[in-house]
Write a protein that binds this ligand. Structure first.
Ligand SMILES: NC(=O)c1ccc[n+]([C@@H]2O[C@H](COP(=O)([O-])OP(=O)(O)OC[C@H]3O[C@@H](n4cnc5c(N)ncnc54)[C@H](OP(=O)(O)O)[C@@H]3O)[C@@H](O)[C@H]2O)c1
Length: 323
């Protein structure tokens, strides 16, 4: 089968189309004839920095949609031909991918395979960030960094649906604001000025919940605009490779909390809990109309072009690979 791997770290040009043996599902696993692959920022980090790469060649890919090909021993509830979306720790950029059955989901009625591929990674992540980590309550104000990206696009909609009284987004270029304003955000600010903008919009109070996938200086500036008892959910370091530290001076006076989340960590440590979160998150699509628009699609063998587009920081919504 065709698959995309890299044999060395580097730019998008290190991605190679190779012929690999078709993987078979082991006990508790399902194999999928892949129709669409979701491109995640973590794929770019793996290729460029070695994030979670344990050996080379490395086979990329965290989420796909397609039809069940084969079910492994001990798997119930799936049969060959079922239309599913699946989350897996690698191997998704391929014609056939294998996923733990715990993170294989039936595609909600009416959603279809193409839109189904946008959901397995970002939707449970955004849902967990707001509801489990951020403990969203009716009337809370919410700030989301990277508001026009995959997680950001659904986080705005989920925050609004969850009863937030105001949802603020941050983007690096204001030409992405239009996309975010269609995705649940009330106001969208530029990275350069978001802290003063948030304080102005909230009458100096700050926000109850903030989601930060950027880290470093952005993390520190985001923590500074949390309101009393505010919760900051940290879930990435796209803007900083150095670790950052915080202490009592930043958290004690206004009783601020900082917590983290990793969907890959959750999938490894407690896949059943992830499944429960994902099932609630998927219901927001069927019952609440949450959607993640596909802004560009590429053939599987053109994965490098998709990576270039993410790195240009001009894309919005979700990018897909067509198999
Ligand atoms: N912890 C978890 O479980 C988890 C799960 C999924 C995603 N994530 C993280 O969440 C973030 C968004 O992921 P995604 O898959 O939704 O990504 P995406 O659609 O590719 O969006 C990435 C967003 O990150 C922002 N960004 C900041 N620094 C960037 C850089 N150096 N290069 C490119 N973009 C940069 C961009 O917004 P601006 O240009 O407007 O800043 C862009 O909208 C990533 O940091 C990812 O690692 C974490």
């Amino acid at each position: 089968m065709r698959a995309i791997v890299f044999e060395e770290l580097g730019g998008p040009e290190v991605l190679r189309v190779v012929d690999l043996p078709e993987p078979r599902p082991g006990p508790g696993e399902v194999s999928v004839d892949v129709a669409w692959v979701g491109v995640n920022f973590a794929d770019i980090l793996a290729r460029s920095t070695g994030y979670r790469v344990e050996g080379l060649p490395f086979h990329l890919g965290l989420e796909v949609s397609g039809r069940v090909r084969e079910v492994g021993a001990d798997v119930t509830g799936f049969a060959p031909g079922d239309e599913v979306a699946a989350f897996m720790d690698g191997g998704g950029y391929a014609e056939v991918a294998v996923s733990p059955a715990a993170t294989v989901f039936r595609i909600p009625e009416g959603v279809g395979l193409r839109a189904g591929a946008t959901l397995p990674s970002v939707l449970p992540t955004a849902y967990a960030l707001l509801h489990e980590v951020g403990r969203l309550r009716e009337g809370d104000t919410v700030l989301v960094q990277g508001a026009a990206g995959g997680v950001g696009t659904v986080a705005g909609q989920l925050a609004r649906m969850g009863g937030a009284s105001a949802v603020y987004g941050v983007v690096s270029r204001l030409d992405k604001a239009e996309h975010a304003l269609k995705s649940g955000y009330d106001q969208v600010f530029a990275t350069a000025t978001f802290d003063t903008d948030v304080l102005a919009a909230t009458g100096g109070r700050g926000v109850d919940i903030a989601l930060d996938p950027v880290g470093g200086e952005t993390f520190r500036r985001t923590l500074a605009v949390l309101a009393r008892f505010g919760r900051l959910a940290s879930f990435g370091n796209s803007g900083s490779s150095e670790p950052w530290t915080i202490g009592p001076a930043e958290t004690y006076p206004l009783a601020k909390s900082v917590a983290g989340f990793s969907i890959l960590g959750m999938a490894a440590a407690d896949p059943q809990r992830l499944r429960e979160i994902a099932e609630k998150a998927f219901r927001t699509v069927t019952e609440g109309g949450v959607e993640l628009p596909v802004s560009a699609e590429f053939a599987l063998e053109d994965a490098a072009q998709a990576h270039r587009l993410v790195e240009s920081r001009t894309s919005t919504g979700k990018l897909l690979l067509r198999v």
